[in-house]
Design a protein around this ligand. Structure first.
Ligand code: FPP
Length: 225
């Protein structure tokens, strides 16, 4: 069975570049090529929602040049891919606080969201300036402002970014690290986790296919028997 929603922590760009004696940004650039390849693959494979952790709240701690490179890379990604994504009926959405990102990046992203808003194929959810704890606190505050009493996860989830997106069935993390790093903490309660030693720039569509195959062999019980 193909998972409805796959979320990916695309880790290892820096190490991939270091192994080649290249600057970290070179790894991010190659990482973008894997984003292009794997988004195409997800769309073709019939995944309905693909969430990508592109930039976390914590990533601002990186050197200014690297932050600036990543902000520009998202512009390059969208400008180079938007025609194809739109043609393939992909709908782009973003989770995270866009008010804090570079205005040039925000402008291009807003344009892509608007242009693809009526598409009905793969929903590509890009997490930008995203942190899960932050999302939870934000949701609590929004609910409070609404005077809403929260009695269940579903009540709270209504205040998450793009809350109509179902919780992830499968979370993939590349590069051998086995942790969630403030990604979808509540949404991942019943997600299957898949870790691979492959660094993100080495994670090709065949590796994605392997992860989906592994998922298909899992038995999900959601606390039952
Ligand atoms: C983690 O690797 C990767 C990131 C923080 C950035 C992810 C960005 C991309 C894959 C490129 C473009 C994305 C889009 C959506 C166009 P790392 O730098 O932490 O690697 P390391 O752990 O080896 O240092």
């Amino acid at each position: 069975m193909i998972p409805n929603h796959v979320a990916i922590i695309m880790d290892g760009n820096g190490r991939w570049a270091k192994k080649r004696n290249m600057p970290r940004t070179y790894g991010h650039k190659e990482g973008m090529n894997r984003v292009i390849e794997n988004v195409r693959y997800a769309s073709d494979a019939g995944v309905k929602y693909l969430t990508l952790y592109a930039f976390s709240k914590e990533n601002w701690k990186r050197p200014k040049e690297e932050v600036s490179f990543l902000m520009k890379l998202i512009i390059i990604y969208i400008n180079s891919q938007i025609d194809e994504l739109d043609r393939n009926n992909v709908k782009i959405v973003v989770s995270g606080d866009l008010d804090e990102i570079y205005p040039e990046s925000k402008k291009v992203i807003d344009g892509a969201i608007e242009r693809t808003s009526k598409n009905t194929g793969l929903i590509l959810n890009i997490c930008l300036n995203y942190g899960s704890r932050d999302e939870i606190i934000r949701a609590i505050n929004l609910a409070q402002k609404d005077g809403r009493e929260i009695n269940s996860y579903e009540d709270l989830k209504e205040y998450f970014y793009n809350s109509y997106i179902p919780d992830p069935d499968l979370i993939i993390r590349t590069s051998g690290e086995e942790r969630l790093s403030n990604f979808l903490l509540m949404q991942s309660a019943y997600s299957e986790l898949y870790f691979t030693d492959k660094l993100w720039p080495d994670f090709h569509k065949e590796d994605f296919a392997e992860a989906l195959k592994n998922f298909a062999g899992r038995h999900r019980r959601y606390g039952g028997i």
